[in-house]
Structures are given as C-alpha cells and as structure tokens.
Design a protein around this ligand. Sequence first.
Ligand SMILES: Cc1cc2nc3c(=O)[nH]c(=O)nc-3n(C[C@H](O)[C@H](O)[C@H](O)COP(=O)(O)O)c2cc1C
Length: 309
Amino acid sequence: MAGVTDAAFRQRLRRNGCCRLSTEMVSAAALARGNRRTLGYLAVPDLGPDLEVQLFGANPAELAEAGAMAVDAGFAAVDLNAGCPVKKVVGGGAGAALLRDPAHLGRCLAALRRVVPGQLSVKIRAGWDAASINCTQVARIAADAGVDRITLHPRTRSQGYSGLADWSLVEELVRECRVPVVGNGDIDSAAVAVERLRSSGCAGVMVGRAALGQPWLFAQAAELWQGRPAGPPPAPRQIGEDLVAQLRDLVRWKGERVAVVEMRKFVAWGAKGFVGVAEFRRSTQHVTEARELEERVHGFFDAIGEEGA
Ligand SMILES: Cc1cc2nc3c(=O)[nH]c(=O)nc-3n(C[C@H](O)[C@H](O)[C@H](O)COP(=O)(O)O)c2cc1C
C-alpha cells in the first residue's frame, strides 16, 4: 500500500504473523530514469524471500529495465500493478488502465518475464467499469505471458473503494485460471479471511486496509486456518509496544524527523476504537521528537484496561 507498507510497517506485520508482503508501488519510469528518491524503494533493509516489489508502469521497455534493477537489488519476486484507480496513475496508462488494453498488459508482463527469473505476479481489478468486466480474459493473457500468480481485487476501477468486492468473481477466476489466484477485498477479520479462503478455493488472501488497525489479524487467521481457535487481540499495552518498535525501526531507517511525522497516522490507526482516541490523536499531531511520541503512545495504551475501556 502506497504511503503505508514501508519497511518498518512490514516488520510490524511480520511480528504479527503476516507471511508475504509487498513494497509500496514503485514507478518503473522513475526507476528507469534513475530517480534517486525512487531508487530508495529498492534499497530496503528487510529484503528476504517473503518480500516482493510492486512496480507500476505501462511501457514494456521501462518495466523490463525496472524489473532487472529490482532483481539486481536482490528481490526474488516482482508484481505488476494493474489495479490502481488513482487518476495520476491511470492517466499515464498504468494501474487499472492496463485492463482496458489486455494485449498491452500481456506485452508488459512478457517484458518483465524476460528479466525476472523468480516469481512474477500481477494484481488486477474486476475490470474498468461495470460494462467491461474482463478479469477472466485479462488473467488468461497474464497466464500466457508467464505469470506465476494473479491477485484479484474484485471491484472495478470505477468503483474505486466503494460498494463491495464481488467475491463470486474470485471463485470464477479460481475455476477458470491455470495459475494460482489470490483474492483481495474487504477482509476485515481472521474469520472472514479463512471463510474467503475456504469458500472461493483461492490460493491465498491479501489483506489491505484491515492491516492498518489490526495487524494481528494475520496470526489469528493462521490459527483458524490450522483448526485452532484464534487467540484474542493483543492487550492495549502490547499494541503500544508494537507501535513503539515500529517507530524505532522507522527512526533507524528514515531518520527522526520523517519517522515521527509518518508514524502519527499509524498510532492513530492503532488507537482506533479505544476511548479517548480523538484527544490522543490531537495530542500527537504536533509532536516532532521520537521520545515524546513514545511517551504519548505508552501513556495512552498503558492507561487502557485489558478490556479496552
Ligand atoms: C492507502 C492505500 C494505498 C494502496 N496502495 C496500493 C498499492 O500501492 N498497490 C496495490 O496493489 N494496491 C494498493 N492499494 C489497494 C489495496 O492493496 C487493496 O487492493 C484494496 O485496499 C482492497 O483490499 P482491502 O479491502 O483489504 O483494503 C492501496 C489501498 C489503500 C487504502
């Protein structure tokens, strides 16, 4: 998730049982140009077999160059974004705009396939709009181009994030597609994650927004999947400690000034649902020092009873 799944948050997700992660989406054009800031997205401190880099772009030559750079940087897996609905991205023909020209998407993936020896995947939406739902056709072309996995977020580009993800499309794709399908969309609890896995028969589920406020969902889902009861959510004090650990990683990797600013939204997400969240959020808005943010996080979470009151 752009602006969210940086290395420090990924480490927090790992601590909470997440077993596969992606970088924020990275512009292939900017990588190919050698943009210094964008190159930073490839120099990750948490490189490992559980991490893929997600590229966006619409130019096969640029994608191939960016893919090769990612492989050189040590990434074992590369994903192409063909689902982003944001105007700036689709305006350049990338993200969900690729769904409007499946043959071109096939050329983009074929260009990546030539340079990525490891896992290559693509993340798609249901289609551009309700009148052009084409995920099955797009998936066939992607499979022909040699992808190892397809993730489907079954909303159209026109829907953005409104309405509900149509999981019947995931079920259909699982039946029709010869490569493993990962389903994504509206999974907001461990129980829903496992129910979606079982009912759709998909090879995996991907969780986006729910990870922001309840990262422990991954560990709970793993328990349920293995037939054990899901453990309770962590106690508030543990949530605070987990946030502080994320802050410390972020300070180490991005420096204190940037880390504290970026961390404010994570502590707000972490506090959501507890009494006094609005005041807590206000109290962190102008904090600039990591030590003060740590104190405020501990002050808030340590004061909450185990039941969250
Ligand atoms: C803030 C934000 C940033 C996102 N950035 C990306 C991205 O960079 N790449 C991507 O494939 N999807 C991105 N998404 C979409 C999510 O990966 C996911 O497909 C979507 O939120 C639906 O899943 P969910 O209901 O579990 O959140 C983003 C979503 C949000 C809310």
